[in-house]
Design a binder for this molecule. Structure first.
Ligand SMILES: Nc1ncnc2c1ncn2[C@@H]1O[C@H](COP(=O)(O)OP(=O)(O)OP(=O)(O)O)[C@@H](O)[C@H]1O
Ligand SMILES: [Mg+2]
Length: 258
């Protein structure tokens, strides 16, 4: 390797231009073979480097988001769930609601795609550069309760307030005790008008009193959540049972849970 090539590689490493560093020799060969102008060569080199960095950042943010699975809007079959207005979902996919610190709430019975859509929007968010965190309601409340008992509640609330988008899945599957409800209220209150959230629940808003065991707290939570929000009410069949219906293991009417 020439001293110049070595020096270029050292400088690329110093500048953290790793993509170019790794492929320098082939890039130079390609450029001379194709007789590229200086500006074309620089243009291509920088475009590849920026694309590689973007990809790496997306992968990092995706790992930090702790999605339970990777599902996209492209793999969502809207024809199976006609109660969902595709245009509204497409509009949410622009991530404007995140920039504005607004909330999205998916309501509906089991298997209708609430978590799928929440994750899909979360993936759009990380692609757009927004720090995102996914959690189910139960571990979230358990973590807040433990942190409170250990005198670390401030630190924990800050943790949940850091992501630009916080996704809280499965509100309502299991009732939340009074103390947990108070801590949950504190979190909602802190994120109010600052950080966007996506929530999913199998219970209608009128049933949230039962989830939180206290109508005053439930109302205060809903008041803040719904102030700047979009609610997507999914009324339809469980997709999980679709394959079973096809195989004749379940009758169509048994899938109609709502
Ligand atoms: N319309 C759809 N198109 C493609 N896949 C779907 C659709 N709806 C649901 N699914 C798939 O079916 C499974 C169940 O969906 P999901 O987990 O989103 O349901 P859910 O509404 O969150 O249910 P639960 O309330 O039980 O958590 C997932 O694997 C999801 O990817
Ligand atoms: Mg779900």
């Amino acid at each position: 390797m020439s001293t110049q090539l070595f020096r270029i590689q050292e400088n690329l490493k110093h500048l953290k231009l790793y993509k170019t560093y790794e492929h320098l020799e082939s890039l130079l060969e390609e450029a001379s073979k194709e007789n590229l102008s200086y500006s074309d060569f620089l243009d291509q080199l920088l475009a590849r480097e920026v694309a590689a960095k973007k990809e790496k950042n997306i992968a990092m943010r995706t790992a930090l988001a702790k999605f339970p699975f990777i599902k996209t809007l492209e793999s969502f079959d809207f024809s199976f769930q006609p109660s969902i207005d595709k245009k509204r979902i497409k509009d949410l996919a622009t991530c404007r609601f995140i920039a504005n610190g607004e909330n999205v709430i998916f309501l509906g019975p089991p298997g209708v795609g609430k978590t799928h859509l929440a994750v899909a929007l979360g993936i759009k968010a990380v692609t757009e550069g927004y720090r995102t965190y996914f959690t189910q309601a139960l571990p979230l409340i358990a973590n807040l309760t433990r942190a409170y008992a250990e005198n670390r509640i401030e630190e924990r609330l800050k943790f949940y307030c850091q992501p630009k988008l916080l996704i809280i899945d499965e509100i309502g599957y299991i009732p939340i005790d009074r103390h947990g409800a108070h801590l949950f209220f504190q979190l909602i209150s802190r994120r109010y008008e600052k950080g966007a959230m996506i929530l999913t629940s199998n219970r209608s808003f009128s049933q949230w009193n039962e989830i939180f065991g206290d109508p005053v707290i439930a109302t205060a939570i809903l008041d803040r959540l719904l102030h700047h929000s979009t609610t997507i009410n999914i009324k339809g069949n469980s997709y999980r049972l679709k394959e079973k219906v096809k195989a004749g293991l379940v009758k169509e009417r048994e899938t109609q849970l709502s």
